[in-house]
Design a protein around this ligand. Structure first.
Ligand SMILES: [Zn+2]
Ligand SMILES: [Zn+2]
Length: 174
């Protein structure tokens, strides 16, 4: 009697990146389980995840409506005009510097409230642009009307600091 010996060869199954089928990898997304190469893996506080899962989490955070961008720009530019106007009434450089960050905070708070604190990927840039345009409106108007730029160091510094404050506030995830 001959015993037919079974010879089970253990073939280790090779796994490949879901995006790059030519790249062998053993790394898996800890949310959806797909295989991903080092280029596709994103390191998060809860482990490695694929780009799509990371994007999905961001989309839940970024819930802005299409009209929000316009509202944010309008609020920031109008309040920027008001703030810039008030700063020009008090022509002291120190005041402009000291009041810029609180003014930026107030502008961003108003914009956040009016849009239900919803935000999109571009909201911080839209808000910063609105603030800068608003604060610098007097300079822009003189530039358009007279064709020359009247340098106003106080207003320029005020606009720069307020714009940075608005941008920073919108980048904060609260
Ligand atoms: Zn995933
Ligand atoms: Zn890949």
């Amino acid at each position: 009697m001959t015993t037919s010996e079974q010879n089970p060869t253990l073939i280790e199954e090779l796994t490949y990146c879901a995006v790059h089928p030519d790249r062998e990898t053993g790394l898996q997304c800890n949310k959806c389980g797909r295989y991903m190469c080092v280029d596709c893996a994103v390191r998060t506080p809860v482990g490695y995840r694929c780009r799509e899962c990371v994007r999905g989490i961001e989309d839940k955070f970024f819930n802005a409506r299409p009209s929000d961008g316009m509202i944010v720009f309008a609020v920031c530019s109008v309040l920027g005009i008001v703030a810039g106007f008030l700063i020009r009434l008090v022509p002291f450089l120190l005041f402009a510097i000291l009041l810029a960050a609180p003014a930026g905070g107030a502008i961003s708070e108003a914009a956040l409230r009016l849009t239900g604190r919803r935000r999109g990927r571009q909201t911080a840039i839209i808000a910063a642009a609105g603030t800068a345009v608003g604060c610098l409106a007097p300079l822009l108007v003189t530039l358009l009307l007279r064709g020359r730029l009247v340098p106003d160091i106080s207003l320029l510094l005020f606009a720069a600091i307020a714009t940075a404050a608005v941008f920073g506030r919108f980048k904060m995830r609260i």
